[in-house]
Structure formats: C-alpha cells, structure tokens
Design a protein around this ligand. Structure first.
Ligand code: ATR
Length: 281
C-alpha cells in the first residue's frame, strides 16, 4: 500500500511498543475493506505523554489506541470520556473528533464478545472468578456484570485493591478475597466458578502462575488468561491438564481491536479478519 495525501492515520501509543501486533491486525482489516488508512506504533517516553497527545491534534490523526502503561495516566489530557471509560477510569482508545479528544474503553466489551465468538462462552447467570484487581480486571468485571453474570469473586494478592474494586463495582453479587490471607476461601470460590479469568501480568515474561495448586479445576470449566504472548501461560497449561476449556488473550486483543476499528473508521469488520491476523503473528 502506498500512502498519499488522503491516507487517514491511526496510531498506538505505549512504552515499550516494539511487540505490538495492533498494526498488522488493523491493516488486515483495512486490506479487507479496501480502506486508505495507516496504523503506526509510537513509543512514547513517560515524560512526553502530554506532547504525544497534543500531537494527535496537531497531526490530525484519526485517533490512537492506548496501551501499557498509559491507559489511566492519559485521561487528564483528554477533552471528554465516554460513559464506559469514565466508569472504568481507563481508556484504550482515543478518537480525534475535529480536534476534541474523546476517550473510550473497548477492553471489557471486547473480552466478552471474543469469549462468546472464540469459545461459545455464555455469561448469563454464571459464577465467575477474576484473578487480579488492576485496570484490566476492572474493565472485564464491568463488562461481565453487564453481560449478566450472577456472582463475581475478585481474588487478589493484596486485599485492599480487591476491596477497592468491589466497592467500585457497586453490585451485591461481588466479593473480594485475598490470595495471601485466605487461600482456602480462594480455592473454594475457584471450585464453584463456571468461568475463571486470569488478569495479572504473572506469566507474561516468566514461567510463573499466580496459583500453584490446580486441584480446584472441574472438567469443562472455562479458564481464560488475558495474556496473549506467550500463547499458553503456565496458568493455562495447568488448567488444561486438569480438564478445563482454555482461552488465551488473543481473542480479547482482536475483540477490543474490532470495536476500536469501528470507532476509528465508522465501519464494521468481521471479528475473524482481526483474530486470524493476531493468531498468525
Ligand atoms: P493492569 O492495568 O494491566 O491490570 P495493574 O493495574 O498494574 O495492571 O494490575 C496488576 C494486577 O496484577 C494487580 O491485581 C496485582 O496485584 P496487587 O494489587 O496485589 O499488586 C497483580 N499482580 C502483579 N504482579 C503480581 C504477582 N507477582 N503475583 C500476584 N499478583 C500480581
């Protein structure tokens, strides 16, 4: 593709950014629909975030995806947030609407949609455990509650953060358990769960897992790790060996990307176009 004066430019900002697969995923969609768009990764140093955001306006970018570590810290530089991003307190998409920068969060909805498409997961009435209580856990928790889960337990290394998330979710069916203080309560919740979602970065760069014992796994239980590289974390390997149906983070990546693509272009692309690009990378 040769870019020209009509090319619409979208970016992704993060630090580091070398391993992003978003450009190839979005370009697969541009090629499929024959759109004159370019998707460019930008490595933004922490002390230059404000300038980078000003650059979105100055260069008339269509918008950018936002990734680690800027999903929360970028918010003060935006003009407005959509209600979902405001509720979660984190953004993964910024759209430039005539110089006004609007923040969105498609992570949670992308997670729910992709779990349905990749693994036929039905959230309605299900008991769910989330491991971790950070920004990713928050978006996924809001989206799963909106999708109709009946019970949610947040397991986290530290109790304070899990309790803060439970307070923010304002649902009567949510509780917090500390992995360091109440391990037997944690395993009991895991045993009762239909769906378990691992959201911590543990497993990303090392062969480690936030849990060591997998005797709680019930055959057929759905275990998800939102990490997509490595494709199979130790958490997923152990859960699969114990009989779980497993799903890695490639689906969520494609799901949030599909929703971001709609915000950037106003057009719909089939999930498979983005998903196939992610899994083949
Ligand atoms: P993100 O925004 O990507 O979710 P985050 O906000 O830094 O990242 O949250 C990271 C989550 O992973 C937290 O729940 C954190 O637990 P604490 O609240 O106790 O810090 C969890 N986490 C990070 N490293 C961990 C580790 N080595 N073992 C267990 N949990 C870990």
């Amino acid at each position: 593709m040769v870019f020209n004066g009509h090319t619409h430019v979208v970016g992704v900002i993060g630090h580091p950014i070398t391993h992003t697969v978003s450009p190839s995923m979005h370009h697969a969609a541009y090629d499929f629909l024959g759109l004159n768009y370019a998707f460019v990764p930008f490595d933004v140093a922490p002390n230059r975030l404000a300038e980078a955001v000003a650059g979105i306006r100055a260069l008339s970018l269509v918008g950018v995806n936002v990734t680690v570590p800027y999903k929360e810290s970028v918010i003060p530089y935006l003009d407005d947030l959509d209600p979902v991003a405001r509720q979660i307190g984190a953004v993964n998409v910024i759209c430039n609407v005539d110089g006004r920068l609007i923040g969105y969060n498609t992570d949670g909805d992308g997670f729910v949609a992709s779990a349905k498409l990749c693994c036929d997961v039905d959230f309605s009435g299900k008991k769910v455990v989330i491991i971790g209580a950070g920004g990713a856990a928050k978006g996924i928790a809001f989206a799963m509650l909106a999708a109709g889960i009946s019970e949610l337990t947040i397991l986290n290394r530290t109790r304070d953060r899990a309790e803060a998330l439970v307070a923010q979710l304002t649902s009567g069916h949510v509780r917090a358990i500390s992995l360091s203080e109440d391990l037997s309560g944690a395993y009991e919740a895991l045993r009762r769960a239909h769906i378990v979602v691992q959201t911590t970065p543990v497993g990303m760069r090392s062969d480690e897992s936030p849990l060591v014992d997998f005797s709680w796994v019930i055959p057929g239980q759905v275990c998800v790790d939102i990490i997509y590289r490595p494709k199979e974390t130790l958490f997923l390997k152990e859960a699969e060996e114990a009989g779980a149906r497993i799903l890695n983070g490639e689906g969520m990546l494609a799901g949030q990307g599909q929703l971001a693509f709609r915000l950037f272009t106003g057009q719909d692309v089939p999930f498979e176009i983005m998903y196939n690009s992610v899994i083949s990378n």
